[in-house]
Design a protein around this ligand. Structure first.
Ligand code: PGA
Length: 268
């Protein structure tokens, strides 16, 4: 149980970041120790929230040690994730890491199916399903990312497209497994430097659809894509949004702390 986790309107709000392919070990430790210090100094900072951070694989173990505190018993209440993990436990898969390996390094969650992995590394609905199953088999949370390209949005098919991605990845899971699944809806056209922030209006329908189908079964449904300090509060106000999954705005600790404060105020 995390230090700060509690429920807002029945649900914890998940506020987290993936650092993607950024940060040296020293930078990762600095960020994690600053975050842990802020959470310990200001316990109300994470009230109603579940913070999570997802370092590159190289920094999971170091980040885990820092978050656990000097004696290993002063847990900062931050869920630590891995950006990817293979579906097999071990074997001849050069360059890959398995769920047991990231768990061993300290990860408690595995991010699966980010659009950058689908686009550049051949992630498919099938591999996302295998990875979700592997994460749950080993007791880690699965953070399943889904999202449509701009052409699908323009055709008015966003909801159908992302429901297909989620159904394909989650099919056959027991309720116990779904209890440890988070979905992050991240429209591809809204992510990264070339993305443009989605409007609240554009997000209502996809979130209605996700909430109707998965709201009662998964642990939470998050939004991601160009989240910043100006739009975070209104994004969290959309029906069905249980949290935010953030890239650039949270790569510097100060940005992430500000997001936690905005989310805390918004949920209060
Ligand atoms: P961004 O990235 O916040 O930098 O747009 C979001 C993501 O890829 O999850």
């Amino acid at each position: 149980m995390s230090v700060g986790a509690s429920t807002v309107q029945g649900r914890t709000r998940w506020i987290g970041t993936s650092w993607k392919m950024n940060k040296t070990l020293a930078e990762a430790r600095d960020y994690a120790s600053g975050l842990a210090a802020a959470l310990r100094a200001e316990p109300g900072l994470a009230a109603g929230l579940q913070p999570f951070i997802i370092p590159p694989h190289t920094a999971i173990a170091a980040t885990s040690r820092v978050l656990a505190g000097p004696q290993g018993e002063d847990d900062a209440g931050v869920v630590l994730g891995a950006q990817n993990a293979h579906w097999e436990e071990s074997g001849a898969w050069t360059g890959e890491v398995s769920v047991p390996q990231v768990r061993d390094a300290g990860a408690q969650l595995v991010e699966i199916g980010h659009s950058e992995r689908r686009e550049h590394f051949g992630e498919t609905v099938e591999t996302t399903r295998w990875k979700v199953q592997a994460a749950r088999r080993h007791g880690l949370r699965a953070l399943l990312c889904i999202g449509e390209p701009g052409s699908v949005r323009d055709a008015g098919e966003s909801a159908a497209y992302i429901l297909d991605q989620a159904r394909g990845a989650l099919q056959g899971l027991s309720q116990e497994d779904l209890d440890g699944v988070l979905i992050a809806y991240e429209p591809i056209w809204a992510i990264g430097e070339n993305g443009r922030p989605a409007t609240v209006e554009e997000l209502r329908k996809p979130f209605r659809a996700l909430e109707a189908e998965f709201g009662e079964t998964v642990e939470g449904i998050l939004y991601g894509g160009s989240v910043n300090l100006d739009n975070a509060a209104e994004l969290l106000g959309i029906d069905g949004v249980d949290g935010l999954f953030v890239g650039r705005t949270a790569w510097q600790l100060e940005g992430y702390l500000q997001l936690l404060r905005i989310a805390g105020r918004q949920g209060a």
